[in-house]
Design a protein around this ligand. Structure first.
Ligand code: ACO
Length: 317
């Protein structure tokens, strides 16, 4: 795999911590100190598929290829208005591609899982150019009366075009079933035959449990991919980590004894955008001209499941 283009798209509405403190019992100080989040972009009148298509088109333009050159679209998505068809199928129509499309849901780790699937397609020769993307609207999954979750999230989409290459140095994905700490449950249509009790549960998160698991798993995964790639932690140019909580990423940075410049952050502006956070941050680094050929990037994410994933990829656009 080799990355040849990136793109991202954000909803236009900015919601600040002070805005939140006007509608619930919270404060800029509490949110900033516990999470590092200052503002988030949240969906108002936009449709997620339009943001996804915008991110995809930007990635195609950046790669300098046409939609007709794409032979697979893989989109990570947790929840969305349409359960079917998938985000990727709708994006296919919007950008004018014609190829197999699939969405996958591995929660916030979904983008790393999408990379894993894409690499398998490239290695078996089933595809040459793949649009790997993530589109998420977690602000539609939370209970807006639950201040411990709703302040954490933002919406958005990120995409990258990948082609055949040798740049993916190592990848590891994992899952350990744990329904209790993090879940979102929605009710399906009733039938005349359903006899069980069903309930709709907005996003539930046992924050401190998730925090501990996230730190432990991310550290474990990063060390594993460094070892698989035969690299030292200091060889990595940027640790592009899931943007859930500044304290999680900073804990990992401290453990690695690294300069903050190696751990780019944009959760202060966008909050936790679930699996879209890594491709959105990657696109930001690319567009700001911070990436040069030969740079080694480490991605790491964790999410409900409990799923985790990490990989190391060389930037060679
Ligand atoms: N404003 C003010 N007070 C609040 C707020 C808020 N928004 N939310 C909770 N509190 C209060 C609580 O009610 C509690 O009050 P109490 O002591 O009187 O009972 C107090 O603050 C402390 O609450 P904790 O939950 O213990 O706070 P904690 O320090 O653990 O921070 C947080 C909570 C930010 C959620 C933290 O646990 C965390 O970041 N966990 C990891 C979450 C994460 O990474 N999720 C992403 C992974 S999954 C995904 O991406 C979908």
């Amino acid at each position: 795999m080799r990355i040849i283009g990136t793109g991202s798209a954000h909803p236009k509405h900015t919601l600040t911590n002070d805005d939140l403190s006007k509608i619930m019992d919270t404060s800029d100080e509490w949110i900033r100190e516990r999470t590092g989040i200052c503002t988030r972009q949240i969906i108002t009148d936009e449709n997620l598929e339009d943001l996804a298509a915008e991110a995809a088109q930007k990635a195609l333009d950046d790669a300098g290829i046409k939609a007709s050159d794409i032979d697979y679209i893989i989109c990570s998505n947790v929840a969305y208005e349409y359960v079917t068809p998938t985000v990727s199928s709708i994006v296919e129509g919007k950008i004018g591609a014609s190829c197999p499309c699939v969405d996958l849901n591995a929660a916030c780790s979904g983008f790393i899982y999408a990379i894993d699937f894409a690499e398998a397609l490239l290695q078996t020769g089933r595809a040459t150019n793949i649009l790997v993307m993530a589109a998420e609207e977690p602000t539609r999954m939370v209970d807006w009366n639950d201040r411990s979750t709703c302040v954490l999230f933002g919406d958005g989409a990120g995409a990258m075009v990948v082609t055949r290459g040798e740049e993916l140095r190592a990848i590891k994905v994992s899952s350990k079933s744990n329904l209790d700490v993090l879940h979102y449950k929605r009710k399906l249509e009733p039938t005349p035959f359903i006899t069980k009790e069903e309930e709709h549960i907005p996003l539930y998160m046992a924050g401190q449990e998730v925090f501990k698991t996230a730190v432990t798993c991310s550290l474990r995964d990063l060390l594993a991919v460094l070892s698989d790639a035969g690299l030292d932690k200091n060889d990595i140019t940027y640790y592009v980590l899931h943007q859930a909580n500044f304290r999680i990423n900073d804990f990992i940075r401290h453990r690695f004894n690294m300069d903050p410049a190696k751990f780019p952050v944009n959760m202060d502006k966008y909050g936790n955008t679930s699996s879209a956070s890594i491709p959105m941050l990657l696109d930001e680094l690319n567009r700001e001209g911070k990436l040069k050929n030969g740079d080694l990037l480490a991605f790491s994410a964790f999410g409900a499941g409990f799923t985790t994933g990490a990989c190391i990829i060389e930037w060679n656009k």
